[in-house]
Design a protein around this ligand. Structure first.
Ligand code: UDP
Length: 332
């Protein structure tokens, strides 16, 4: 029988990324306490632990949950994450990712939470002066999404500096993709916006074509370059971060990526290869808020936490995402 280690609060644990961490926490004997308002998540994604339907702005329910489960550690995912939507509807992003997250942090501190793992983003760097980008690069977000997340990083930094018993690790995600190797959980948005998902749906014929947003960037093939990281490697980073916080009681910020850039065209070509399906691709204007290149220098997390990429292979990432998309299709 596995020993129950600790109850971990996971906000947004019914969502795409959060559910992979919930799976790994459960498999390692933790009890994940998933707290999610189901705005984009789905209860079916929660493979382990207890589920509470709630919003991070509901301080009373949060306080009661923390008390009931004796929570000392939180992994906070619940957030809005679509760059272009943040340009069109900045108030939604500042409300959810900044104001409500600020309230959450306040509740955590008042309730005696000591360890806070925060899902941040490479969007805090804006358009990096050089790639790969390391954690000391200037923070100049170019869209409300990145700004809303940077605000939370600042709140966490100042709070941890002031309170010796409160520590945090912010993980700056590059482009998260792929799915659980057994296709139990994966990305499922009502209105998908991410490149790999949209291209796979084009391959399945759910969309008539894939649009490439911008082919005039200053990059080798003119399309935007991103560092795609598999959910399972990202999940490991969270578990290592939690362990580090508990043992070392130190606050840190890490990039999560592979240091490998793939252009939109390279991703599309790999999707055609993996699926064996040739779908229509058209060039379209650039999308608002997109930087030309985002590639991580992730040496710091490798050295400090001992994190090692296991799935840094675009084909494997796409294969797992493809298995998930086909499963969704069968269940439709
Ligand atoms: N992209 C694209 N066509 C699409 C969706 C995305 O060309 O249908 C591009 C997008 O402009 C960006 C890259 O693919 O340069 C990755 O976008 P995604 O939305 O997947 O992630 P983001 O980098 O915005 O977090």
């Amino acid at each position: 029988m596995s020993e129950i280690k600790e109850n971990i609060l996971v906000t947004g644990g019914a969502g795409y990324i959060g559910s992979h961490i919930v799976r790994d926490l459960g498999e390692k004997g933790f009890l994940p306490v998933v707290y999610d308002n189901l705005s984009t998540g789905n209860k079916k994604n929660v493979l382990y632990g207890d589920f509470i339907e709630g919003d991070i702005s509901d301080s009373t329910l949060l306080k009661d949950t923390i008390k009931k489960y004796g929570i000392k550690s939180i992994i906070h995912f619940a957030a809005s994450i679509v760059v272009e939507e943040s340009v069109q509807n900045p108030l939604k992003y500042y409300e959810n990712n900044s104001v409500n997250t600020f309230k959450l942090i306040k509740t955590c501190v008042a309730s005696g939470i000591q360890n806070f793992v925060f899902s941040s983003t490479a969007a805090v760097y804006g358009t990096p002066e050089k790639v790969p980008v390391d954690e000391n690069a200037p923070l100049n977000p170019i869209n409300p999404y990145g700004k809303s997340k940077l605000f939370t990083e600042m709140v966490l930094k100042d709070t941890a500096a002031a309170l010796p018993d409160f520590n945090y690790i912010a993980l700056r995600y590059f482009n998260v993709a792929g799915s659980d190797g057994k296709a139990r959980i994966g990305q499922q948005y009502k209105k998908p916006t991410h490149l790999i998902t949209l291209a796979l749906k084009a391959a399945l014929g759910e969309y008539p074509q894939l649009k490439i947003f911008g082919s005039d960037y200053d990059t080798p093939d003119g399309t935007a370059v991103r560092d795609y990281i598999h959910t399972d490697d990202l999940s490991t980073a969270h578990l290592l971060a939690l362990d580090y916080l508990k043992k070392e009681k130190k606050s840190l910020v890490f990039n999560c990526g592979y240091g490998q850039g793939s252009s939109v065209r390279e991703v599309v070509d790999t999707i055609k290869k993996v699926t064996g399906i040739d779908f229509e691709v058209v060039e379209a204007p650039r999308r608002g808020g997109d930087p030309p290149q985002l590639v991580a220098d992730s040496q710091l997390i490798q050295k400090t936490l001992g994190w090692k990429p296991r799935y840094n292979d675009l084909e494997y990432i796409i294969e797992t995402a493809w298995a998930w998309e086909k499963k969704l299709r069968r269940e439709d």
